[in-house]
Ligand binder design. Structure first.
Ligand code: AMP
Length: 599
C-alpha cells in the first residue's frame, strides 16, 4: 500500500530489522514527550496494548483474554501495520504472529460487513479455521464484525450465502479462494488488505502458483502482509515483486522452556501400545493428561478404549467442529474431563494449566511437533511430565529429539503390577486423607453419620477399624483394588528394550539417524497412487491430501512425478500401517489414491 501521510513523516528506514524498527519508533515518540511524567506514562504504555492507539473495545477484549503485554513480534509489527505499511515477518507459530496482524486489521476495518475488505490465505484447512477463530476471539465484543473461513471439502453453498450476507474478513485456503474469486462470489472490489500466512508452507505444498494467481486478481491499492517461518528464495521473490517497501521483521524462534518437564520414553510394540498406555495412566496419576496421536482415526480408537476402562476422555481432532473444540478445552480446563486425545493440528496453541502429563502415543513427525506437544505441560511455571511411546523401529529417533530439547529423554519400563498397585494404594491413601481433613460438605450430616457408626458398633460389637474397612470397601466397589494381570508381555517387552540398549550402545557412534535428514533420498520410499493427468491432478493436490491425512509437513514430502493415470510420490520410510491403510481410501480429484509401495 502507498505509505500514509504519517509514515512519510517518519524518518525511519523502510527496511529495518525488528530492533531497528523499535528504536525508530522510540525516537519518534521521544520527540513528542518532554516531561518525566510523560516519559513514565510512555514507558508504562509500551508494556501494554494502549500504546498502539487501539480502541477501548479492543483493549477491553485483550484484557479479558488475559493478554497483558504484546509479544516481540506484536511490538514490532503492530505500529507498522497501523500505519498501513506492507510487512514481511519471519516468525513461527507460537510467537503471537496471528494477533500481530489480526489486531491492526480489525482496528482498521471501514465497516463490519459488506464486500470483503481483508483476505487471509493459509496453507491448510486447519490453519484457516484457527486463524478465523483467532479473528473472532479478538472481535468478540464487536458482534457485527463478520469473519468467514473458506476451504475445500466444506459446503460451497453455505459459504456463498455467508458471503452474500456480507463478510469483512475472509480466511481461506488458496484453492477454494480461487474458486470463489473465479465465480465472483468473493467480490474483490473492496479488498484492501491481503495476508499470506505461513507462506513457506504454501510454497512447500505446491500452492505458490495459486497464491500468485490470487495476488494478480487484487486491486493495486492494498496492504500486503506476508508471514513465513523461513524465507526460501521463492518467498523472497514474491515479497519483492508484490509488496511495496515492506517493513521487515525477524523474530528468532526462542528455545522453548522444556527443562521443567521430565521426559521419558517407553519402547513398546504397536500391538501393546493401548495396554501400555492404560498402565502408564494407572501408574502416574496426574490431573490433566493429553495423549497425542498421529491420525484422527487413532484418536477415536484410543479414546474409545480408555472410555471402556472408565476414564473421562474427550477427543480433539480436525473433524471436531471449532465451537465443540472450544467447549472441550474449557471442560478440560475445569476438570470435567481429565484426558484429551488429540492430533497435533487440533491441539495447536492449546494452553491449559492443569495438564500434568503429555503422552506421545505415536512418534511425532518432527522435532518441532515434539517440542510443541510436550510444551502443553509445564505451563505457568509448573512442572510436568512427558512420555514418548516408540516402537522398536523408532528407537533411533529418540536421540535426535534429545538433541532438539537439549535434555535426556530417560528410559522407562512399562509399569508392572507392583508399580500400579503401589500407586493405587497411594492414591487411595491421599483421597482418604483429603476426605478426613476436609470433612463432609454438608456438615449437618456429620452428626447423623457418627450416630450411625455408633449404632453399627453396638449392634455388631465390632470396632471402628472394621467399620472404616467396610466403608472403604463400599466406596471401592466390587473390582479388586490390586491388579494381578498377566505380566508376561511386559517382562518380554522390557527385556527386549534392555537387549536393544546394549546393541545400541555399541553402535551409537556409528549410527546415523534418519530423523534430521528425513527428506534425503535414502530415507524416502517411493509410492504409487492411482491418480494422474487424466484427473487433472497437480502436485499441490497430492501434497495437500497426504499432508492432511498423515500430518506430514509439506517439506517432508519428496519428489512427485505425474503420469497419465497414476503418479509416483516419495514419502518418509516406515509409514505406519494404519496411516498407509487410511491413505488408500483418501480421495484426490474425486478418485481414491489406492496408494501402494512402488516396486
Ligand atoms: P500464534 O503464534 O499466533 O499461533 O499465537 C500463539 C498463542 O499465543 C495463541 O494461543 C495466542 O492466543 C497467544 N497470544 C498471542 N499474543 C499474546 C499476548 N500478547 N499475550 C498472551 N498470549 C498471547
Amino acid at each position: 500500500m502507498p505509505k500514509s501521510k504519517e509514515s512519510e513523516d517518519t524518518s525511519c528506514s523502510t527496511e529495518a530489522s525488528s530492533t531497528e524498527l523499535t528504536s525508530c519508533n522510540q525516537e519518534n515518540s521521544s520527540n513528542k514527550t518532554s516531561t518525566a511524567i510523560e516519559d513514565f506514562v510512555q514507558e508504562e504504555d509500551s508494556n501494554n496494548f494502549g500504546a498502539f492507539g487501539f480502541s477501548e473495545v479492543l483493549l477491553k477484549t485483550l484484557a479479558n483474554k488475559g493478554y497483558k503485554e504484546p509479544t516481540p513480534i506484536q511490538k514490532a509489527a503492530i505500529p507498522e501495520l497501523m500505519l498501513g505499511r506492507d510487512l514481511v515477518g519471519q516468525a513461527q507459530t507460537g510467537t503471537g504472529k496471528t494477533a500481530a496482524f489480526a489486531l491492526p486489521i480489525i482496528e482498521k476495518l471501514n465497516k463490519p460487513g459488506g464486500p470483503p475488505q481483508v483476505l487471509v490465505l493459509t496453507p491448510t484447512r486447519e490453519l484457516a479455521i484457527q486463524v478465523a477463530e483467532s479473528f473472532r476471539s479478538y472481535a468478540i465484543d464487536q458482534p457485527n464484525l463478520k469473519i468467514l473461513s473458506v476451504y475445500g471439502g466444506a459446503d460451497f453453498r453455505a459459504q456463498i450465502n455467508s458471503l452474500k450476507r456480507g463478510v469483512a474478513i475472509v480466511v481461506g485456503t488458496p484453492g477454494r479462494v480461487m474458486d470463489h474469486l473465479r465465480q465472483g462470489t468473493i467480490n474483490k472490489t473492496e479488498l484492501n488488505c491481503l495476508v499470506l500466512d505461513e507462506a513457506d508452507e504454501m510454497l512447500r505444498m505446491g500452492f505458490i502458483d495459486d497464491v500468485e494467481w490470487v495476488l494478480e486478481q487484487l486491486p493495486n491499492e492494498r496492504q500486503m502482509i506476508l508471514f513465513s517461518a523461513t524465507m526460501p528464495s521463492e518467498i523472497r521473490r514474491i515479497s519483492k515483486q508484490y509488496l511495496n517497501e515492506p517493513a521487515e521483521i525477524t523474530i528468532k524462534a526462542t528455545k522453548q522452556k522444556t527443562n521443567l518437564i521430565r521426559q521419558r520414553h517407553i519402547i513398546v510394540q504397536n500391538s501393546y501400545k493401548i495396554d501400555a498406555l492404560k498402565r502408564v495412566l494407572e501408574a502416574i496419576s496426574e490431573e490433566g493428561v493429553i495423549i497425542f496421536t498421529r491420525t484422527k482415526a487413532i484418536t477415536i480408537t484410543v479414546a474409545e478404549r480408555l472410555e471402556a476402562s472408565g476414564y473421562n476422555v474427550a477427543v480433539l481432532n480436525g473433524d471436531v467442529p471449532q465451537n465443540q473444540r472450544e467447549r472441550t478445552i474449557e471442560r478440560l480446563r475445569k476438570g470435567i474431563i481429565d484426558i484429551l486425545v488429540a492430533t497435533d493440528v487440533a491441539a495447536r496453541g492449546l494452553d491449559v494449566d492443569r495438564i500434568g502429563l503429555v503422552i506421545n502415543f505415536d512418534m511425532p513427525f518432527d522435532k518441532e511437533a515434539y517440542i510443541h506437544r510436550i510444551g502443553r505441560t509445564g505451563r505457568a511455571g509448573r512442572s510436568g511430565e512427558a512420555i514418548l511411546f516408540a516402537n522398536p523401529r523408532e528407537r533411533s529417533f529418540i536421540s535426535n529429539l534429545e538433541r532438539a530439547v537439549g535434555q535426556p529423554i530417560e528410559k522407562m519400563n512399562i509399569p508392572d503390577n507392583e508399580t500400579i498397585n503401589k500407586n493405587r494404594l497411594l492414591k487411595l491413601q491421599k483421597n482418604l486423607i483429603k476426605a478426613a481433613t476436609n470433612g463432609r460438605e454438608h456438615e449437618e450430616e456429620t452428626l447423623v453419620l457418627k450416630t450411625l457408626i455408633e449404632n453399627i458398633e453396638n449392634e455388631l460389637k465390632i470396632d471402628q477399624n472394621d467399620i472404616a474397612l467396610a466403608a472403604i470397601s463400599l466406596a471401592l466397589g466390587p473390582s479388586p483394588l490390586m491388579i494381578q494381570e498377566d505380566e508376561g508381555w511386559i517382562k518380554q517387552a522390557n527385556q527386549r528394550t534392555y537387549r536393544n540398549d546394549r546393541r545400541d550402545d555399541r553402535s551409537r557412534n556409528r549410527r546415523r539417524s534418519s530423523f534430521d535428514n528425513v527428506s534425503t533420498e535414502s530415507n524416502m520410499e517411493r509410492f504409487r497412487v492411482e491418480v494422474g493427468y487424466r484427473d487433472k491432478v497437480k502436485p499441490g493436490n497430492l501434497v495437500g491430501a497426504i499432508a492432511n491425512e498423515t500430518g506430514l509437513k509439506g517439506r517432508m514430502i519428496g519428489r512427485i512425478q505425474i503420469f497419465e493415470s497414476h503418479s509416483f510420490i516419495d514419502l518418509p520410510k516406515e509409514m505406519p500401517k494404519d496411516i498407509f491403510n487410511n491413505l488408500k481410501r483418501v480421495k484426490v480429484m474425486n478418485r481414491e489414491l489406492q496408494i501402494n509401495r512402488s516396486v
